[in-house]
Design a protein around this ligand. Structure first.
Ligand code: PRX
Length: 658
């Protein structure tokens, strides 16, 4: 594989030496939702029959005529079918015995909490849907959402889906500029936001950023503002444009008919980083997406009606869309939403919540698990975690030590761990154990879900045999697959489907072992994965060169013990600008202001030159070798090999290499 550094090879070799195997216990298998191993074969033999069987679990306004229409790379699932996603996630449960079952349990940061049953959720969603209608939102209009983790966030998503308005959620940690870029790309008509959000006792001023964004977003006609903070957040309202949630939504009618949606109508757009500076609007449609996320949620987490399920992600990311909102609610689950941080007010907060609510299924990220490991096993040990049944992880490769720690100290050796691999684009989990069927190996996401065909290919498109590294591709369509990049179908085709025609290029490297288990190796493109968040090197470089002192910048993801990757920027300054620690801090803040705090570089390193090939391409691979303190790889293609050895020496002198 290109750009595979020595360190990655070492990590991989260590992974493949992993011999620990954790078969499911008989007790777990006996009660598991999915325990029939022939499922894989059946799904392979008849993909359409398999997915049609799962689609039967939803309520349809009109049944589909055809399961799949596939003219690579264009897919249509459940062609001719009509349904409404919110009717499936809320209304049908509110009309059933689940009426008074908790749909959402919310734990707010300063001690607030709230439980919404399916009947209560239905009323709130309908109110919000009617409020949006009163602001002129019609089927097909886009609604941008920029909020913290309060119940009104899933309510807003479901309200949009109820009236057929595609939502575009922007994570509350993104900057005003990132928000504006996303609003403008999607041409949203309404923005839903809040006066602020709580973060470790501090206020994140969401409305101030929203105002800054909307100043450059002419498509926005109205801004609907939730009052979350009150007097501690300055929140000037612009007459004629801004309206308070409690004045509009709380007074709206609690009944609202669900808009009949075509199976292929857009449910949402969600922006993610690619290899260029411009984020991509990943488009998900209605029926196939809901079939995909509800099926995987039921099967992989072994969901039971009596469970309390907690996914710790933010709804601003795809994990929250698929596995806090749509999958769990379609399945009639009780889902916990947490506004706060894992360490506020203390480091046992997650475990306190598990015991407070009797959480049965916990889905979190390797970064969080590595952080908990560092804080020590005494934190989970202080709390009663006996309710836990299944543990999940997502977002980045999990190192075997973290996997084993999670299994031992959180699951107390009883709970299967499901390491789930997927992406914003795939919409649903693609590679994962089935907890009643799969013997797990720490560090491996194990096998593709039934009906999913994954392969590891070399540069020429040939399958790589057991143990060899290559590009992970998906060779068959799946119902929750994204359908296009919003407004840019060429980019969809070019970036994902052109390298191996008819096959989806994931951008990840992987290996398959003798048992057919997949081991994910991280991105093979210029996308970094920082604490499970996707950030392109190019975006951070653009933010750096936007600073008046910077002439040129090259950014790399550098192995980081907790975050998976940290961000390192190599910067050349303009003539006459003096390098200083103060300037480093200023550049780091500049990036945080431009993109969001999640993109703030860990290290900035000033250099007079960057290593470039004769065709002026910056060699990031060599910068990674320098940053991680390794022997330099091949330097023969460099225009001036001296640059890199000088750089390495200087870097080591400054004590930045690990
Ligand atoms: O590199 C893979 C990594 O996260 C990327 C997708 O990021 P995003 O679209 O933000 O979605 C994250 C949540 C689904 C992938 O290309 N990734 C995700 N899950 C895993 C993973 N890498 C290894 N193991 C995983 N379980």
């Amino acid at each position: 594989m290109p750009e595979q550094s020595g360190n990655e090879r070492e990590k991989l070799e260590a992974l493949l030496e992993e011999t620990r195997i954790y078969p499911p216990s008989k007790e777990f298998t006996d009660q598991a939702n999915w325990k029939d191993a022939t499922l894989y074969d059946r799904a392979r033999k008849d993909l359409e029959v398999f997915w049609a069987g799962e689609a039967e679990t939803l309520d349809w306004i009109k049944r589909w005529d055809k399961v799949l229409e596939w003219k690579a790379p264009w897919a249509k699932w459940f062609v001719g079918g009509k349904l409404n996603v919110t009717a499936n996630c809320v209304d049908r449960h509110a009309a059933s015995w689940r009426r008074n079952k908790a749909a959402l349990i919310w734990e707010g940061e300063p001690g607030d909490s709230r439980v919404l049953t399916y009947a209560m959720l239905q009323r709130e969603v309908n109110r919000c849907a009617n409020a949006l209608k009163s602001l002129g939102v019609k089927k097909g209009d886009r609604v941008a959402i920029y909020m913290g983790m309060t119940p009104e966030l899933p309510i807003a998503l479901l309200a949009c889906a109820k009236i057929g308005a595609p939502h575009s959620v922007v994570f509350g940690g993104f900057s005003a500029e990132s928000l504006r870029e996303r609003i403008n790309d999607g041409q949203a008509k309404v923005l839903i936001t809040a006066d602020g959000a709580w973060r470790r006792g501090n206020v994140v001023p969401l409305k101030a950023s929203a105002d800054e964004a909307v100043a450059g977003s002419p498509s926005i006609e109205s801004v609907l503002v939730l009052q979350r903070i009150g007097s501690r957040a300055a929140c000037p309202m612009q007459p004629g444009r801004d309206v308070w949630w409690h004045e509009l939504v709380d007074r709206a009618s609690t009944s609202c008919d669900a808009e009949p949606m075509d199976a292929e109508d857009i449910l949402y757009i969600l922006y993610t980083s690619g290899t260029t500076g411009k984020p991509k609007g990943v488009v998900h449609t209605s029926a196939g997406y809901l079939v995909g996320v509800s099926t995987t949620h039921r099967a992989i987490f072994d969901l039971k009606d009596s469970d309390v399920y907690w996914c710790t992600a933010d709804i601003g990311w795809v994990t929250g869309h698929s596995y806090i909102v749509y999958g769990p609610l379609a399945n009639g689950a009780t889902s916990l939403i947490y506004e706060g941080s894992p360490d506020y007010p203390h480091r046992g907060r997650f475990w306190e919540l598990v015991s407070k609510y009797g959480v049965n299924i916990l889905y979190t990220a390797p970064t969080a698990i590595r952080t908990f490991m560092r804080w020590g096993a005494e934190w989970p040990e202080k709390f009663d975690l006996s309710s836990l049944r299944v543990l999940g992880t997502v977002g980045e490769p999990i190192n075997p030590e973290a996997w084993v720690w999670y299994h031992r100290h959180v699951g107390r050796g009883r709970c299967p761990v499901v390491d789930t691999w997927w992406q914003t684009e795939t919409g649903m989990i693609m590679i994962s154990p089935l907890p009643g069927l799969t013997a797990t190996k720490p560090g491996s996401a194990t096998r593709p879900f039934p009906g999913i065909q994954a392969e590891v290919l070399d540069d020429k498109g040939q399958p790589v045999g057991p143990g060899g590294g290559g590009y992970l591709v998906l060779s068959q369509p799946w119902p929750a697959m994204f359908r296009t990049i919003y407004g840019d179908p060429d980019r969809y085709q070019r970036q994902y489907w052109s390298r191996y025609p008819g096959k989806y290029l994931t951008g990840d490297g992987a290996k398959v072992d003798q048992d057919g288990y997949f081991w994910l190796l991280g991105r093979v493109d210029d996308v970094m994965n920082v604490s499970g968040h996707r950030i392109s090197t190019f975006e951070v470089e653009s933010a750096l060169v936007d600073h008046p002192s910077v002439a040129e910048a090259a950014v790399i993801g550098k192995t980081h013990e907790i975050k998976g990757q940290g961000i390192a920027g190599f910067v050349t300054l303009k003539e006459g600008v003096k390098a200083s620690d103060g300037l480093k801090d200023e550049l780091r803040e500049h990036v945080a202001r431009k993109i969001g705090a999640l993109a703030r570089p860990d290290d900035i390193f000033f250099t007079s030159e960057l290593p470039k090939t004769r065709s002026a391409k910056i060699m990031r691979r060599l910068l990674r070798d320098i940053a991680e303190g390794r022997v330099l790889g091949d330097t023969t293609t460099l225009a001036d090999p001296g640059v890199v050895s000088r750089l390495k020496q200087q870097y080591e002198q400054e004590g930045l290499a690990e």
